[in-house]
Design a protein around this ligand. Structure first.
Ligand SMILES: CC(C)(COP(=O)(O)OP(=O)(O)OC[C@H]1O[C@@H](n2cnc3c(N)ncnc32)[C@H](O)[C@@H]1OP(=O)(O)O)[C@@H](O)C(=O)NCCC(=O)NCCS
Length: 227
């Protein structure tokens, strides 16, 4: 017989923050209960991850419970409808964020080395979309991280995401980068401090001695591709 823990018993709040521990804030229980809860939560996260990939036409799933457990820097926000499923609750959306080391180009093709908070995955269940749930999740994440839509990078924004940002936050266009990330043009105003300390076009000096030997493929090219 398969056991399942009601969503309302696992997740206490409307928006719940999860990290690699896979233990929601405020959850109480013994070892057996924690394991059972993690098993049920993992199934929910895997299901949402698959639906999100499907909705975005991706051939690989971005969000799984296992990936979350293995990436200490990622945070997953889960949105709950406490009244769904006859009052036992259901998870209706998710938003995954994390910091990434990126080289981004501004509108004047100036490169900038930054480590912004990135939206890595974002999904609201198909029959719940366009009811303001995405906004609710996104607002929570912004407040939690004390940031704004102009200071974050989006990994592979979908057309719906672009419309979502324009409609809800006035981000009327995004600068798409070669590494699949995109940022608002205003992003670079917000990174002024980083710009002065981190941004510069690397000076190229003439190679001498052993440094003049042929080099393997450039590591920066890999970084620019988001590797
Ligand atoms: C992007 C997404 C998370 C937004 O969540 P949401 O709950 O629908 O968003 P909200 O209700 O808070 O905001 C609604 C706005 O988002 C945009 N939007 C949402 N669904 C849309 C759709 N099917 N077609 C076009 N725009 C859509 C619109 O701008 C909409 O405003 P409008 O209804 O006045 O035109 C959701 O549409 C989704 O899961 N899409 C599929 C997965 C995806 O593309 N994820 C983004 C990855 S970067």
């Amino acid at each position: 017989m398969e056991w399942s823990v009601p969503v309302n018993s696992m997740l206490k709040d409307e928006v719940n923050k999860l990290n690699y521990t896979l233990i929601p804030e405020g959850f109480k229980g013994d070892v057996r209960e924690v394991r059972l809860m993690q098993e049920c939560l993992s199934k929910l996260i895997d299901g949402l991850g698959e639906q999100s990939a499907d909705a975005q036409g991706l051939n690989k799933v971005i969000t799984t419970a296992e990936k979350l457990r293995n990436t200490a820097t990622h945070v997953l926000y889960l949105l709950k409808d406490a009244n769904a499923k006859d009052g036992s609750g259901d998870v209706i959306g998710m938003l995954k964020v994390g910091r990434k080391h990126l080289f981004l180009f501004d509108e004047h093709d100036q490169v900038c080395e930054v480590e912004p908070l990135c939206v890595l995955d974002f999904y609201v269940k198909r029959d719940r979309q366009r009811h303001g749930y995405g906004r609710l999740l996104f607002d929570h994440m912004l407040a939690d991280n004390e940031t704004s839509p102009f200071e974050i990078a989006i990994d592979g924004p979908s057309p719906k995401m672009e419309q979502f940002l324009a409609r809800n936050y006035g981000v009327d266009r995004l600068l798409h980068q070669n590494n699949n990330f995109a940022v608002a043009p205003q992003f670079f105003q917000h990174t002024n401090e980083l710009r002065s300390s981190l941004c510069s076009t690397p000076a190229v000096s003439a190679a001498v001695g052993r440094f003049a030997a042929p080099k393997p493929a450039s590591a920066i090219a890999n970084i620019l591709q988001g590797e």
